[in-house]
Design a protein around this ligand. Structure first.
Ligand SMILES: Cc1cc2nc3c(=O)[nH]c(=O)nc-3n(C[C@H](O)[C@H](O)[C@H](O)COP(=O)(O)O)c2cc1C
Length: 174
């Protein structure tokens, strides 16, 4: 599968089987995450793996949606503001960009292994911070449920709604 085919395959899956994710697949996904680029190569990320009942419950409180309860595994992508690069000219913190890149690495790696994911950011960040005792400088950037899609053809039948190339490309001037 080439990169375009993988990008076309990955989609937001919101129906999961409870089947556990095999350890070799989790290891593969985390290795792909580890290879992600980051500003000045600071790698300001941590991955909080959630697969036990008490922790799952604490996570579900932060994003109380029925579909979100189904996945066997969740990866909370965390970023440490004290480790991320700030651009000297304007002090812009690049943590969001680093976290976005590593999040998509995870989702693509999972899709390659036929695992569904959905990037979730609409959670109660303050509650998550409290529930998992995150250090003060650490922010939960995204929650990624990971699991096999409940229907085998979900990868194929989830529509890819995207703007056309003409709408999004500008050459040489905006
Ligand atoms: C930064 C970000 C935040 C998102 N947050 C949520 C979310 O909180 N809940 C949700 O169901 N989907 C969320 N999504 C999934 C998007 O709705 C989805 O990626 C988009 O509609 C495109 O669909 P696709 O992923 O199937 O290609 C998020 C995606 C991104 C990139």
């Amino acid at each position: 599968m080439n990169v375009l085919e993988l990008a076309q395959k990955r989609c937001s899956i919101r129906k999961y089987l409870s089947t556990p994710v095999e350890k070799d697949k989790i290891d593969y996904i985390l290795e792909v995450a580890r290879m992600a680029p980051s500003a000045v190569n600071y790698q300001p990320w941590y991955f909080l793996m959630i697969d036990e009942d008490v922790a799952r419950q604490k996570l579900h409180e932060c994003y109380p949606r029925e579909w979100f309860r189904q996945a066997p595994l969740y990866i909370v992508v965390c970023g440490d503001h004290s480790e991320s690069w700030k651009r000297p000219t304007d002090n812009k913190d690049h943590l969001d960009i680093d976290a976005g890149i590593v999040t998509e690495h995870i989702c693509l790696a999972a899709a390659e292994k036929d695992l569904g994911t959905c990037i979730v950011c609409h959670f109660d960040a303050a509650l998550l911070h409290k529930n998992f005792n995150l250090p003060e400088t650490v922010e939960a950037m995204a929650i990624i449920p990971v699991g096999y899609p409940a229907e085998p053809d979900l990868f194929d039948k989830t529509p890819k709604k995207r703007k056309s190339i003409e709408e999004i490309i500008r050459y040489n001037a905006f």
